[in-house]
Each structure stands twice: as structure tokens, then as C-alpha cells.
Ligand binder design. Structure first.
Ligand SMILES: [Zn+2]
Length: 102
């Protein structure tokens, strides 16, 4: 997971460093219990809301997590800002797909 870079209170693209990022959708994952493959997943994309019990895409492999997608206006990269619980702490970082977890 790449570290977050902030320039003058502005989030910047993890690939090119441009500050023109457009927020896409937000995914929230709440596990039924630690290590459980089921829980509550809610995706908000514009005015659309989807909900299911899958933890696929959760940036945290054992607990709860949140991802927010951003598209860079300069390089068109899509990155995911993620928050996840790990060993009692909340980790924040970028990742570029659903393979990497906090
Ligand atoms: Zn970029």
C-alpha cells in the first residue's frame, strides 16, 4: 500500500502527484465478526446505493474497512483510498486494486 501524500491540505494522485482527483464511490465493509467472510457491505455511487454481505474488496483482511475511489484528471489512474483496522490501529493508504489489503 502506498503512503498518502497531501500537499497544502489537498490529496494528490499517488502515481503522478497531480491534485485534481475526482471522488467516485465509497465502499464500507463491516464484518459480522473478526475474520468472518460475511458482514455488511454498502456501496454508494452517486445517488445509487447497493448492499450485500460480501467482504470481497475489503481493504482489511480481518476486520472492518472503507475505500473511496478517486480518478486522476491528469493521468486517468483510478486509486482507492483505504482505511482499515489492524492490530488495534486504523491504517490509511492508497491501493490500486482489491488484491492488496491493509
Ligand atoms: Zn495522476
Amino acid at each position: 500500500m502506498k503512503k498518502i501524500k497531501i500537499s497544502d491540505d489537498t490529496l494528490v494522485c499517488p502515481l503522478c502527484g497531480d491534485s485534481h482527483l475526482h471522488m467516485g464511490y465509497v465502499d464500507t465493509y463491516i464484518r459480522d465478526s473478526e475474520d468472518n467472510e460475511k458482514g455488511t457491505h454498502v456501496k454508494v455511487h452517486g445517488h445509487d446505493i447497493e448492499a450485500n454481505d460480501s467482504m470481497y474488496g475489503n481493504p482489511c483482511e480481518r476486520r472492518d474497512g472503507v475505500t473511496i475511489s478517486f480518478t486522476c484528471e491528469s493521468c486517468n489512474n483510478v486509486s482507492f483510498l483505504s482505511l482499515g483496522n489492524r492490530q488495534g490501529e486504523t491504517k490509511l493508504g492508497w491501493f490500486h486494486g482489491y488484491q492488496e489489503q491493509v
